[in-house]
Design a protein around this ligand. Structure first.
Ligand code: NIG
Ligand code: FE
Length: 414
């Protein structure tokens, strides 16, 4: 990344502090003071009171009391895919269900067909369009999953698109790649789910490791997709090879995915719309980030995850968009904030922690991003407002004025 020198003066600096996820009531504690932030060659070198003299060689932004937050970390997306599925959305409006569409060979499997057919350059162009939009909403790091290939070449193609964007020296976001080969059972393996898991363990994981194409491994642990036992087998093998692990857990029914995430000390368990009390306890006790995706509950007309109860039980909660072509074709950060505060009863401070430091922890990067502290990457968001409360209050509308990545302004609304 091309890094820069930047000083922001007169800012209202609002940030969680730390290099690990904040759990329970600590999520509500934010540093909130007026002052300056200095970024030198891409890293934060000073946070504190405004100083009388500014050093030479820095771009200077006078914030005039506007809020500066850490760059947002969208820690759960499926942003590389072929085609779209607007018809399915209409079917669901008319009463069809997400799982019945998948069981008929549509849903994820219809995006698999489109992604297999798509050229790498068309996938890259589309991904860059998403990134551009996310950057305008303050995202500086995004997790991206494969899982629309379900075969060797297409899974690699998706991961290579993410890698090629990460190689761009003037990129707007960093992508943290996750291997989600176990997103659905490919038609070729129908009825032979265990053989497919074997293929992922024996062929795909070693290849992806060797080519450094993904940092984490994820699975859709759900009734009618992969069982808890299959999930355990894949994720244990992934851990042995050095991958961090994540689980799509308890999204459609209560299925034991949260409990498994606790057992494996996973980085995160995601969705959790139907997580059991024991599952929530397992996440809190084992330092698994509970990643909540309220946009998906909203678009699927499902009840929201029990975010308030999770925090009150001592969990570290992260918020993410789940951007994907099926269950949730939205990457809206402002709407995510609004739904989290209105329906899951998070405070604004908790939602900020969830979208920054805890999102960073969910992708294993809390030591380098997710807060405004000396030594961390210079990834910031400046709001066009003097209070962070606009994040949920401007419901679905963008309060971000500038997004700063590694000390460079990458998005600026005049
Ligand atoms: O997180 N549930 C599984 N995966 C995605 C949806 C993917 C799709 O429908 O294309 C999710 O909701
Ligand atoms: Fe997902």
């Amino acid at each position: 990344m091309k890094n820069s020198n930047l000083i922001i003066t007169g800012a209202r600096i609002v940030t969680p502090l730390g290099r690990t996820a904040r759990k329970g009531k600590d999520m509500n504690e934010l540093f909130d003071e007026y002052g300056s932030i200095e970024i030198t060659e891409g890293k934060i070198t000073y946070v504190g009171h405004d100083r009388p003299h500014l050093p030479e060689g820095y771009q200077v932004i006078h914030a005039d009391g506007k809020v500066v937050l850490p760059g947002f970390v969208d820690s759960h997306t499926h942003l590389v895919f072929g085609g779209f599925r607007p018809d399915e959305f209409i079917w669901r409006l008319n009463g069809d269900t997400y799982m019945s569409i998948l069981q008929r060979g549509g849903g994820i499997l219809s995006t698999v067909k489109a992604t297999r057919e798509a050229s790498p350059s068309s996938l890259r162009n589309k991904t860059e369009w998403f990134i551009h939009t996310m950057s305008q909403m303050g995202v500086t790091t995004v997790e991206g999953k494969s899982g629309y290939g379900l075969d060797r070449d297409t899974e690699l193609k998706q991961l290579e698109v993410m890698q090629s964007i990460n190689f761009d020296p003037i990129r707007k976001v960093d992508i943290v790649p996750t291997f989600l080969g176990a997103h659905a059972v490919p038609t070729e393996y129908k009825g032979r789910e265990d053989d497919y898991i074997d293929f992922l363990i024996r062929e795909m994981l070693p290849l992806i490791k060797q080519r450094m194409l993904a940092e984490n491994c994820d699975i859709f642990c759900e009734r009618g997709v992969f069982t808890v036992e299959q999930s355990r087998r894949l994720l244990r093998a992934a851990q042995e090879m050095g991958f961090g692990v994540k689980i799509h857990a308890d999204e459609i029914v209560s299925f034991g995915g949260s409990e498994l995430a606790g057992e494996l000390h996973a980085l995160s368990a995601d969705h959790l719309l139907h997580a059991s009390d024991a599952g929530i306890r397992a996440l809190a006790d084992n330092d698994v980030v509970a990643t909540l995706l309220p946009l998906t509950a909203f678009t699927l007309r499902e009840p929201y995850a029990r975010g308030r109860e999770m925090i009150d039980s001592g969990c570290a909660v992260a918020l993410a968009t789940d951007l994907n072509p099926g269950s949730c074709c939205s990457g809206s950060i402002p709407l995510t904030f609004a739904l989290a505060c209105i329906y899951m009863h998070l405070t604004v401070a908790e939602a900020i922690t969830a979208m920054t430091l805890n999102g960073a922890a969910a992708v294993n990067r809390a030591d380098t991003i997710g807060s405004i502290e000396v030594g961390k990457q210079g990834d910031l968001v400046m709001l066009d407002a003097d209070t962070p409360n606009v994040m949920p209050y401007y419901t679905g509308m963008n309060a971000v004025e500038r997004t700063i990545k590694g000390g460079r302004v990458v998005s600026h609304r005049e």
